[in-house]
Design a protein around this ligand. Sequence first.
Ligand code: SF4
Length: 108
Amino acid sequence: MRRASKGVFARAGRPAESAKRSPEVPMNSFPSLNWREAAACRSEDPELFFPIGEDGPSRRQIEQARAVCRSCPVMRACGTWAVRHGERHGVWGAMTAGERRGLRPSRP
Ligand code: SF4
């Protein structure tokens, strides 16, 4: 049974709305965090984006989440936000937490 809350933002306690599909939109087109309003995952079960791991059986779940991300008009904005903010869990912008860690600048 699916929950009433949707998408990665709902898992983080944010409201859900229906997804609006449009071509990729750059992050600076959205003041603050408004890019989330166009997120494709708002119509998905948030658990899809939070696999228990990144290997083994979790791989299939990750690929399902990535498929949603690849159809998302704000994939780039989402991934950039997750990297910049050090989001430690879940699939954001079609990237796993491990993939995002590899993109973060190393500290001196
Ligand atoms: S890129 Fe993926 S996680 Fe990010 S808003 Fe779009 S569908 Fe959601």
